[in-house]
Structure formats: C-alpha cells, structure tokens
Design a protein around this ligand. Structure first.
Ligand SMILES: C[S@@+](CC[C@H](N)C(=O)[O-])C[C@H]1O[C@@H](n2cnc3c(N)ncnc32)[C@H](O)[C@@H]1O
Length: 278
C-alpha cells in the first residue's frame, strides 16, 4: 500500500472504523492522488460509520464463483445460501436432466439462479433459468448481474411467486429453488439493527398456520408441485425453527423423498423434496 493510501487508512481508523474494514475500503477505491477516488473513499467511510453494511458500501460481494453487484434494493447474499446452491446442484445432477429448466423464486440479486447457471455450464450442462421476484428493483440488480457475468440463458419475471408465470411451463420444471422471506414480523424486531438496511420484504413474511414467518414458504412449497415435472426437485431455505412445519407441509402436499438438511452450525435449514414419478 502506498504512503498516501496508508494515510487514508489512518484517517478512517481515526474516525472510528475497524482497521480491517478501513483497509478494505481503501483497497476498493484506491484513492491515491485521485481527488474523485479520495472523495469516494471518504463517503464510503461515512456510510459505513453510519451503520450501512460493508457489502452495500463496496457495492459488490462474492457469492460462490461470482462477484455480484449488491445495493440497498436487494438482500445481501448469505453464506448459508451458498450451501443451498450446493444442494440444488446435487439434486439436479442426480436427476440427470440434460438441459434443465430451473425456477429461482425470489431471485433478489440473482445469487442462486445465476450461480446454478454458471456452475452447470462449467460441467457442460446448459440450463435455462427463470428468475422471479415481486420487486422490480431486485430484478434490475439481478439483470445487471447476469449481464456482468455474460449469463444469457435467464429470463426475469416480475411476479408474486407463480402468479404471472407462463402456465405452459406447468409440469416441466426440473428444479424449483428458493430462499423466500421467512423471518417473523415479531422476530425482526429482535434482530441485529444492521438488517434494517436490507429490504424488509426480502426478509420478513407474515405468520401462517401458527408458524412465524411461514406465509411465503407455504406458498412456494404448496405451488411448486404444480410446476415441477415428475421426479423434479424443490430445494428451499427456511428458518431454523420452521423445519418441522415445512417437512410436514411438504409431506402433506404430496412430495416424496422429503428431507431437511442442517447447515454448518447444525441447524435444519434446507428442505429438499421431489415430485413423485407417478
Ligand atoms: C430472502 S430474499 C432472497 C434473495 C436471493 N434469492 C438470495 O438468496 O440472496 C427473498 C426475495 O424474495 C422476494 N419476494 C418477496 N415476496 C415475494 C413474492 N410475493 N413473490 C416473489 N418474490 C418475492 C424479495 O423481493 C427478495 O428478493
């Protein structure tokens, strides 16, 4: 690091930023002697010191193999969702679909669908992704990320879940994958205030069937079965307290091979279920 940039780090640390984050911002904007970049790093420091998540301040963040643009319009993709993608890929590859059709429900930044598209392409499998979100702002970010990574086999649909999707696709989808909002309204109040910077509608879902934050999960689990082909998979992230309810719902909806997989911390967090072959 140059002496000039080291001085920027000292200044940010002096203003109260952690040294690691100060270095991150300086490396990102590399101010040096450039006046615009110097202003950018100062502004970034001010935003971070005001509590805005580092990912939004930097404006992009790694997710699996992709560097995704992120801003206040989308959820910051989480490490546990990287595990969801691993499980989704495993489900797809085991089904031996040669050119799978994938629905990414509630796509946000596009993290899940774009990763699946990109990682399947690395294995020589050309998938098609339909990325769905009720937020036009989120779709804008996802579209930009698709262009950034030259991922073209994806269409973006503004829809509340399955409502406005092409009905001719019913019964033809190989994989429905989703990380829907699942935080309960009252749980949200107790969460780290840093989460208040993320879109409320990306995190919080109303209660349903006596379970906090369950409404959107319930819709995705109930309706996916109509869109999956026989043998197709649903892979869905959920909250750690919702495992019993989501497994029960999937079983009573008529899915087969219903399992719930724990995350690295040992909490049940991902539902995997198949539409029966007959
Ligand atoms: C938890 S975020 C997940 C974002 C992204 N898939 C990820 O994992 O980083 C949930 C996403 O669902 C979207 N969403 C919320 N309600 C929806 C609805 N009724 N229909 C479609 N998408 C919805 C939100 O806008 C948000 O982008």
């Amino acid at each position: 690091m140059t002496d000039v940039n080291a001085a920027f780090v000292r200044d940010l640390v002096g203003r109260g930023l952690e040294r690691r984050e100060a270095m991150w911002l300086v490396e990102e904007f590399s101010p040096g002697a450039d006046a615009d970049a110097a202003r950018a790093v100062e502004l970034a420091g001010t935003r971070r010191l005001a509590g805005e998540p580092l990912q939004y301040v930097i404006g992009h963040w790694p997710f699996r193999t992709l560097d995704l643009d992120v801003d206040l319009r989308v959820l910051i993709p989480r490490p546990e969702t990287e595990e969801l993608v691993s499980l989704a890929l495993k489900a797809l590859v085991s089904s031996q679909a040669t050119s799978p059709l994938v629905f990414d429900m509630g796509c946000g930044s596009g993290a899940i669908g774009l990763s699946i598209l990109s990682e399947l392409a690395e294995r020589g499998i050309s998938a098609t992704v339909v990325a769905v979100d009720s937020s036009i702002d989120a779709l804008d970010v996802a579209r930009r990320n698709a262009i950034k990574h030259a991922l073209h086999a994806v269409s973006f649909v503004n829809s509340s879940w399955f409502k406005d999707l092409d009905p001719s696709l019913q019964g033809h989808v190989d994989l429905v994958v989703s990380n829907p909002p699942y935080v309960g309204e009252s749980e949200f109040e107790a969460l780290d205030p840093v989460l208040r910077h993320e879109p409320y509608g990306a995190l919080v879902s109303p209660s349903s069937s006596g379970v906090e934050g369950f409404k959107d999960l319930e819709i995705v689990v109930r309706e996916s079965i109509n869109w999956l082909r026989p043998g197709g998979s649903l892979v869905c992230e959920h909250g750690s307290t919702q495992a019993d309810a989501v497994v029960q719902l999937a079983t009573s909806t008529g899915y087969a091979n219903v399992v719930d997989v724990a995350d690295m911390a040992g909490n049940a967090r991902v539902l995997i279920a198949r539409k029966p072959l007959t």
